[in-house]
Design a protein around this ligand. Structure first.
Ligand SMILES: [Fe+2]
Length: 258
């Protein structure tokens, strides 16, 4: 199946024009979209997929956060728990309202695209997912996480989590969050109790990455390292981060040695 990437890119930029691209929240999501699409392409290439499937992976990146624009217009927030599931909203806009035809003439891959977009932000993929859909889900979810690490490091943590610099510099990592990190698991939202737990949760996304190339991109970006060199006034927190860095270094070493 042919994907006209130029036409799809034009359709996306026309779509977001209606949502005030000068608004910083919108601008962030537009930049995120293009980066995720490019990362999907990189990951797909690393798996030696055929060119049609590389294009398809790129398209999942371009479309994955379509729901974000309508979410912020309706609710003024990107917090799904306080508003709406942006992945389901995006799937509805594309496949129930038919906007997908603005991006892609053929309906051949609609089912796959809808599945991948719907599932891009769930905590765990459903067991019964087929091999091909699972692969495209993994590609998109890896790309999204890699760019979430970047985006969250480029915005001051005090802004993202609405905490004072003082609160951030004096907080400790909760024991349950330390334990979850030691088990190499992504931190569950319910475990987070202190402002620095968010920092650890962000770094822990690395454990969820499926493809070696995703881990290599994370290492090259350097954001993970700066997160784990967290500046604190509390020696106990400094010791916690030294331990987290050692655990992450061991993990990265084991997962990037081919
Ligand atoms: Fe998303």
């Amino acid at each position: 199946m042919e994907i006209d990437r130029k036409a799809a890119g034009k359709a996306f930029s026309a779509y977001v024009q209606a949502y005030d691209p000068q608004n910083p929240k919108i601008a962030l999501k537009i930049a995120h979209t293009y980066r995720v699409a490019a990362l999907c392409e990189t990951i797909a290439q690393s798996q030696s997929l055929c060119s049609a499937d590389i294009d398809l992976a790129w398209l999942t990146g371009l479309l994955h956060d379509v729901g974000r624009f309508e979410q912020v217009r309706r609710y003024g927030t990107f917090n799904d728990a306080e508003s709406i599931d942006h992945a389901l909203l995006g799937a509805r806009i594309l496949f129930e309202e038919g906007r997908i035809r603005d991006y892609l003439a053929s309906p051949d891959e609609d089912e796959l695209l809808e599945t991948v977009i719907r599932l891009h932000s769930v905590y765990r993929l459903p067991q019964q997912l087929g091999t091909r859909a699972r692969m495209f889900c993994h590609i998109l979810r890896d790309a999204d996480k890699v760019d979430i690490l970047r985006a969250n490091c480029e915005t001051p943590l005090t802004d993202i989590y609405n905490v004072s610099p003082q609160a951030l510099r004096t907080a400790r990592v909760s024991p349950a969050v330390m334990e979850s990190f030691a088990r190499r698991q992504a931190t569950l939202r319910t475990l987070k109790k202190t402002p620095v737990d968010n920092v650890v949760a962000l770094a822990s996304l690395t454990f969820e990455l499926v493809y070696p190339v995703s881990i290599r991109v994370v290492q090259q970006q350097g954001y993970l390292q700066s997160l784990l060199h967290f500046e604190t006034d509390d020696p106990a927190t400094a010791a916690q981060f030294a331990q987290l860095r050692a655990e992450m270094d061991a993990y990265l070493f084991a997962h990037t040695q081919a």
